[in-house]
Write a protein that binds this ligand. Structure first.
Ligand SMILES: Cc1cc2nc3c(=O)[nH]c(=O)nc-3n(C[C@H](O)[C@H](O)[C@H](O)COP(=O)(O)OP(=O)(O)OC[C@H]3O[C@@H](n4cnc5c(N)ncnc54)[C@H](O)[C@@H]3O)c2cc1C
Length: 307
């Protein structure tokens, strides 16, 4: 049985691993240059930033076991924050966690899927100038992007109407000044999360690298600004908080996540049509990498149940 998995984020990887463990050879398509989706690490001029998910929680026993396995290969480690808490992070960056899960899987990177259609009892997965047929398809793109692939009038799309996702503007900055703290969270501040990325385990030696995430309100208000304008707004806020002046900042850039975090989840692990087309991702259960893993793993099991 041929299965296509659209998206190499945590949900797609969890689904594909479940299928591969049962002897199938799923084909994963991802439009991105890297593997991991929002589990992401950006490298710029020798600097490194986790500009998406900051750390991973593991309340689910199955997901905790996956992380322990990755820890044995040094692809994840524990990050001690100021609050005394220890959080799972990818090593040397968050994307390493995803790459560790992708080992042995067929991932077609930089391949954008533009449509998924039923054709003669199979599923036609198509992109720009190519098309391939599969027996089953699992879609793990953010909920607001499902309609673009299935068509706005697809019955599964109507069932996604209650799902909502908020954007997040993220600032990446570096300085030679030492970090005064590892992480700070204040949901009422314009910069709702500030982390010294370089305080995570296994990061490159050298400068202190910072990641600051704007609050949902700030992100919505400035979402369409160009990157230079976003940096110009966020950097002074970060400098104020760190007690630095602009001249002490050696690098500053920004990233716009249009669909960063789920604010209203579906409440089910996934949706399917006739046990052949599946849609899932973090937006099914909540705004966490762990939720994406649970959804993807559940989709993989459901595909196998129908075999
Ligand atoms: C700034 C930020 C901070 C966060 N912080 C945390 C945190 O600290 N802890 C935590 O647990 N979670 C955090 N999250 C949430 C977490 O990152 C997500 O819940 C999780 O990574 C979602 O995984 P996913 O597989 O469902 O989706 P994604 O990671 O979005 O994966 C979807 C994949 O589909 C691909 N794709 C989309 N459309 C197409 C197409 N047409 N064709 C081919 N490929 C396509 C994308 O390239 C992407 O790789 C954060 C998210 C953001 C953005």
């Amino acid at each position: 049985m041929r299965v296509a998995v659209i998206g190499a984020g945590m949900a797609g990887l969890a689904c594909a691993r479940r299928l591969a463990a049962a002897g199938l050879a799923p084909v994963i398509f991802d439009k991105g240059r890297g593997i991991g989706g929002r589990l992401a690490t950006r490298r710029i001029d020798g600097l490194q930033f986790d500009h998406g998910a900051q750390y991973v929680t593991a309340r689910d026993a199955g997901f905790a076991a996956v992380l322990r396995d990755l820890q044995a290969t040094a692809a994840v480690g524990l990050w001690q924050t100021d609050a005394g808490a220890a959080h799972w992070v990818g090593v040397p960056g968050m994307s390493a966690l995803a790459r560790g899960l992708a080992l042995g899987l067929e991932v077609r990177q930089q391949v954008q899927v533009t449509s998924v259609r039923k054709a003669a009892g199979q599923w036609l997965v198509a992109g720009d100038g190519w098309a391939e047929t599969f027996d089953r398809v699992t879609l793990t793109v953010p909920a607001p992007q499902v309609a673009g692939l299935l068509g706005a009038d697809h019955p599964l799309v109507a069932r996604l109407q209650g799902v909502a996702m908020a954007p997040c503007l993220t600032l990446m900055a570096a300085s030679h000044a030492p970090a005064a703290f590892h992480a700070e969270s204040d949901p009422d501040a314009a910069l709702a999360w500030i982390a010294a990325d370089s305080s995570k385990p296994g990061r490159p030696d050298g400068q202190t690298t910072w990641v600051a995430q704007a609050s949902p309100a700030f992100s919505v208000a400035h979402l369409e600004n160009d990157m230079a304008a976003i940096v110009a707004r966020m950097l002074p806020l970060l400098c104020d908080r760190l007690g630095l002046v602009r001249g002490q900042i050696s690098h500053a850039s920004a990233h716009r996540w249009r669909f960063a975090r789920v604010t209203s989840a579906l409440g089910l692990a996934f949706l399917d049509q006739d046990g052949a087309l599946f849609v899932g991702g973090d937006w099914c259960l909540g705004p966490r990498v762990e939720a994406a893993w649970i959804s993807g793993d559940a989709m993989g099991r459901a595909v196998l149940n129908g075999c």
